[in-house]
Design a protein around this ligand. Sequence first.
Ligand code: 5GP
Ligand code: 5GP
Length: 227
Amino acid sequence: MKRSFSIFIKLFVILQSISVLCVSEEFDFFYFVVQWPGSYCDTKNHCCYPKSGKPAADFGIHGLWPNYKDGSYPSNCDPDALFDESQLTDLMSKMQKSWPTLSCPSNDGLKFWSHEWVKHGTCAESELDQREYFEAALKLKDKVNLLQILKDAGIKPDDRFYDLDKIKDAIEEATGFTPGIDCNVDSSHNSQLYQIYQCVDTSGSDFIQCPRLPRSRCPSRVQLPKF
Ligand code: 5GP
Ligand code: 5GP
């Protein structure tokens, strides 16, 4: 009886260490990615405003994405994790404001947030649970006002074209870190600033210099469409 109890304890300790190993940090940093709504909408696919109404003319969150230093990234890491809307009840109006969905048909955003949690958030579960994941993204959005930084540098959403380097320099000067910039193409084939990537430490709270910049599809001059 005593022997089987001690075997049970040993087994328990071994299983515990395995589970600790399994949830130890499994990524190197986050990309915090925001999208310019004018560039999402100004494409062949168009867009649909969320049910809560036309979003503000501001960058909106796309996601907080765990990444590896070599440029690869994990995805869909926990088949058992379900998106639990009830954990976000008190964050709902902030989510609608800072993380609006623009996909069609018009909806309330839950599909977008659930997709981001399941695809990306579950790969950071060693650091942040679901609520912490969304809270971290909302806080990051409030830390840096990218639109104001660009406006202060004379770069406005007015359909004009701007030097990509000027955009990067303005953000680097204001935040201390080089951003990644990604572009898409509008229905007249103009390249436009679509997304800005900032790197964040694995706790999801502090911006860092990017261990690796994301790939960019931008030419040297890009349009910043009105929204
Ligand atoms: P796209 O091919 O449009 O750039 O990206 C499609 C999707 O793949 C993104 O929305 C995102 O979910 C994922 N993705 C693209 N690039 C990266 C990346 O560098 N890191 C991570 N973690 N996900 C990415
Ligand atoms: P990702 O590219 O992150 O893997 O996937 C984004 C998914 O979220 C796509 O299925 C896309 O249709 C959906 N989605 C919903 N709203 C938005 C939005 O406002 N922006 C982007 N980029 N994707 C959205």
